[in-house]
Design a protein around this ligand. Structure first.
Ligand SMILES: Nc1ncnc2c1ncn2[C@@H]1O[C@H](COP(=O)(O)OP(=O)(O)OP(=O)(O)O)[C@@H](O)[C@H]1O
Length: 264
């Protein structure tokens, strides 16, 4: 068993029920500080529900969720949220198009969108620009968000999610909707993050094994609200487990730390 201090996420026997639907059934999932997890599963498997739980945006119907050592239900969620970086399409929709890229990142420090009347420290400005630089966005920091390409927007969202120096970073389908070049560029940036020992624990939800950045250490395969397999990526991400997860006979190939899958 890991030391309790190493556990960033500890979900124990979580059930999420909405009316007659069971969104998650008896799900247990633990993430340690230095781990990088990919979550895969078909549409409706419960991936978004799990992200809602582990970002503190939803409570389980039964079971427990501990985030960064704090038990959901016993902690002030507004104190916990800045410690968890989150990038989802739903949050991205709320970003004002006329806001500058630098401000989109800086405003994360206040967990607000739009700059309004807050005063920012020059240190915040420097940090936002440094994060944008790490994501290859330095030149675009003064452009308005609305003028960015989809790939550039995704990188801005990730810089924003990193602004509060979170201990945990959750990414929901960061490569969705990107063209091949933009996807590859994003995967490369996420791979750098995965290998960075100072980066937060990472949980990345995706539909495609091709989008798994090298450096990811663990995989969680979900189907119908339950865990099909979970653990070290090399042991978990197999043709057999993918076949069980997606209900289609699949063959997984790994080449130069990247994955592809096809039906057979
Ligand atoms: N409020 C709700 N009431 C009833 N059912 C719900 C509710 N919210 C979600 N569901 C159902 O729960 C299941 C899991 O949804 P969830 O969004 O977590 O899946 P997902 O794995 O993220 O899917 P996708 O890959 O399509 O985004 C789906 O079948 C969904 O229709």
């Amino acid at each position: 068993m890991p030391e309790p201090t190493d556990l960033v996420i500890s979900v124990d026997s979580a059930v999420v029920r909405r009316g007659r639907s069971l969104l998650l059934r008896d799900l247990s999932f633990q993430v340690e500080l230095d781990e990088r997890w990919v979550v895969l599963g078909p549409n409706g498997a419960g991936k978004t529900t799990l992200l809602n739980l582990i970002s503190g945006r939803m409570h389980p119907t039964s079971g427990t969720v501990e985030l960064l050592g704090e038990r959901l239900g016993r902690v002030d969620i507004f104190e916990l949220r800045p410690r968890i970086g989150l990038a989802t399409a739903q949050l991205a929709e709320q970003i004002p198009g006329d806001e500058t890229v630098a401000n989109v990142v800086i405003t994360a420090a206040w967990s607000v969108l739009g700059r309004w009347r807050e005063e920012y420290d020059p240190v915040d400005e420097q940090r936002a620009r440094a994060l944008l630089g790490q994501l290859g966005m330095a030149e675009l920091a003064d452009r308005t968000y609305g003028t960015l390409s989809e790939g550039e927007r995704k990188r801005t969202q990730i810089a924003r999610a990193l602004m509060t120096d979170p201990e945990l970073l959750l990414l929901d389908e960061p490569a969705a909707g990107l063209d091949l070049g933009a996807r590859e560029s994003l995967v490369a940036r996420l791979s750098e993050l995965a290998y960075d020992p100072d980066a937060p624990a990472l949980v990345l939800v995706t539909h495609h094994v091709e989008e798994i950045p090298p450096g990811f250490t663990h995989a969680l395969l979900l189907s119908d609200g339950g865990v099909v397999a979970a653990g070290l990526i090399d042991e978990t991400l197999t043709s057999e487990n993918l076949t069980k997860t997606f209900g289609v006979k699949l063959e997984l190939t790994k080449n130069a730390d990247r994955y592809t899958a096809r039906a057979i």
